[in-house]
Design a protein around this ligand. Structure first.
Ligand code: TRP
Length: 371
């Protein structure tokens, strides 16, 4: 078993989320908090009920303020170095739910600087990905009147003055420890975390306000903010609240997170229905038994069957999901049949997404922050 490693630049090993909660010093989202969210939002998103968004920092404080009538804003982002995959989709669809339910602004950062510094790609290649990724973010259906895209190098005039204020309060040794850096890391990558911190308070600077910020993210991104939440407070802003998502497991059932490094085995938002079918049928790890006879007799293992696990993201109806799990455990449903259910769900989502993506180009100007 490989050792668990979770930071923005390295996710390895079998992830133990309870251990992460302790190690990161974050808080589990418990029933009480779920009830509270339900009371305020009128419903709880399935990802909350199912423990996909599983932990937080200061969400209670943010809700206290919200219930007193204070506004907050959302902030999340994307590192543009490849196509958008279904793991991104899950975080952003939850972000959209938050935007709709709480009727709030979203600040969305494209970290072209980060990807240029960390990836073996040219600046021009990164710009192309930034453009393509924007189309996918727009296709998520965010409200153009309430959503602001920031591109680090394009908005440097407003980003940089704030980033240096953050950077001045963070030491190299802190960065090394949090991200596992050594003396051979390039100096841009050491500074970068300051850039990722800025959108957590930028809108307050620009609009002369002091609102709370809520950051939905994959838990691997937490170290940036673990370092900088205190710094943000020292600069006179509220500490941003965070809500953390677990990783969607890779199709193959391997440890780590679903991502774009193995493109043949990752579902991208631009994949055709045929490709999705092929990828899921070929690569989705099965929790079924070796022979049909044995499967019918003993049933399959829901907890390791990737199609079953992925349905947590795509089958919204709790009763239907329970029924599928039940039948699969009893051997009444076969792995191939669960895969077929998943394929249909995913393809419905992708076809809607792709339709919206076609018209996204025309909307880009509405989303990019005027500076
Ligand atoms: N660093 C993130 C990535 O590589 C992108 C990002 C920027 C982000 N700001 C964020 C993610 C805030 C979550 C929240 O994908």
């Amino acid at each position: 078993m490989t050792k668990m490693k979770v930071n923005p630049y390295d996710v390895e090993g079998d992830i133990n989320y309870n251990r992460l909660i302790t190690e990161f010093g974050i808080k589990k989202i418990d029933d009480k908090l779920l009830k509270r969210i339900e009371k305020i939002a009128g419903e709880v998103h399935p990802y909350l009920r199912r423990g996909i968004f599983f932990a937080h920092r200061d969400l209670e404080k943010l809700l206290d303020a919200y219930e007193k009538g204070e506004k907050f804003f959302l902030y999340t982002g994307n590192g543009p170095s490849g196509p958008i995959h279904i793991g991104h989709y899950s975080i952003w669809s939850f972000t959209k739910w938050l935007q709709d339910k709480f009727n709030v602004e979203l600040w969305f950062q494209f970290t072209d600087d980060e990807k240029f510094l960390y990836k073996n790609m040219t600046y021009e290649e990164i710009q192309e990905w930034t453009h393509k990724n924007m189309l996918d973010v727009i296709a998520m259906g965010f409200d153009p009147k309430k959503t602001h895209f920031i591109v680090d190098t394009k908005h440097a005039n407003i980003m940089y003055p704030e980033a240096i204020k953050v950077a001045k309060k963070i030491t190299f040794s802190t960065i090394k420890a949090a991200f596992g850096f050594t003396d051979s890391n390039n100096i841009g990558s050491i500074f970068y975390t300051a850039m990722q911190t800025v959108p957590a308070f930028l809108s307050n600077v620009l609009n002369n306000k002091n609102e709370y910020c809520l950051i939905p993210l994959g838990v691997d991104q937490d170290p940036h903010f673990r370092i900088s939440r205190d710094v943000v407070e020292k600069l006179g802003h509220k500490k941003p609240a965070i809500i953390h998502a677990k990783f969607m497991s890779p199709l193959t059932g391997a440890s780590g997170k679903s991502g774009s490094s193995e493109s043949a085995k990752t579902i991208f938002m631009t994949d055709s229905a045929k490709t999705v079918k092929k990828k899921i049928n070929k690569y989705a790890f099965s929790g079924g038994k070796d022979t049909l006879e044995e499967h019918r007799k003993k049933g399959g293992d829901v907890s390791i069957d990737v199609a079953c696990q992925w349905l947590k993201y795509f089958e919204e109806d709790d009763n239907k999901l329970t029924e599928i799990y039940d039948k699969y455990s009893k051997g009444e449903l076969l792995s191939g049949e669960v895969k077929a259910i998943l394929i249909e769900k995913v393809n419905n989502i992708l076809s809607e997404h792709q339709k919206r993506r076609e018209t996204a180009e025309k909307q880009i100007d509405k989303f990019i922050l005027k500076n």
